[in-house]
Design a protein around this ligand. Structure first.
Ligand code: IMP
Length: 212
């Protein structure tokens, strides 16, 4: 079965495609490079939900799709940059975050990376949210050459995300954790729907009649 992933971030596509290939062979991720407006809301959950609603309202896509929003929450900075992570990365970048953290030691460097997927089954149903989070810390300096965004400064179990290959990052990452929840739900709830659709199609029946 095919599910559309809407994002303009090619790194996210690679991570998600790898995860689906490794963990759900009968799910194919179809990437749609659709640039919806980045909403400035107070919570990552709201950004993901409202972005999916925007796409549903625009009727931009009528088949099942998902998108996600992610953010880095630094505990000593009261969860900053959180939902503003993209803006902060584009303005002050990793160097700016490291400067903000100069006087922070030990526990004060704790941070959490969070991803919220919004999965929309159809234009008529509200999106379903799946959350994944990984606790770590802000490294003292940038380390590693892999990944993207905040990966060189987000450290988990002694290694930054940028010091891990994609597979290794996926094992422990916020996105990996959230996406495994998406896959489990899709495999449980959507498989029958897709089977029915194929059955109807082969029997030449209207999907609505077939469902009744
Ligand atoms: P968004 O989900 O694309 O809005 O991401 C917000 C910001 O966090 C952007 O600057 C991304 O580059 C960054 N970001 C998102 N996911 C990750 C990740 O897995 N690792 C590092 N940075 C990320």
């Amino acid at each position: 079965m095919e599910i559309v992933f809407i994002t303009t971030n090619k790194n996210k596509v690679k991570e998600i495609t790898d995860l689906a290939a490794a963990e759900a062979k009968d799910i194919t991720i179809v990437h749609l490079d659709y640039d919806y407006p980045e909403l400035q809301l107070d919570e990552i959950e709201s950004v993901a939900r409202e972005s999916a609603n925007y796409i549903r309202e625009k009727r931009a896509i009528k088949t099942p799709f998902f998108l996600e929003d992610s953010g880095l929450l630094i505990h000593a900075l009261k969860g900053f940059p959180g939902p503003f992570s993209a803006f902060v990365f584009d303005t002050i970048g990793n160097e700016g975050i490291l400067k903000l953290m100069t006087d922070k030691r030990g526990e004060e460097r704790k941070a959490t990376f969070k991803t919220v997927f919004a999965f929309s089954e159809s234009v008529n149903t509200a999106p379903r949210l799946f959350v994944g989070a990984t606790d770590g810390r802000i490294a003292e300096k940038r380390r590693g050459a892999e990944g993207f965004g905040y990966d060189p400064i987000f450290e988990v179990e002694g290694k930054t995300f940028a010091e891990r290959g994609r597979e290794e990052k996926n094992e422990v990452s916020h996105r990996g954790r959230a996406f495994r929840k998406v896959l489990n739900w899709v495999l449980l709830h959507l498989r029958d729907f897709f089977r029915l659709k194929i059955g109807c199609y082969m029997a030449g029946l209207d999907i609505k009649l077939c469902r009744a």
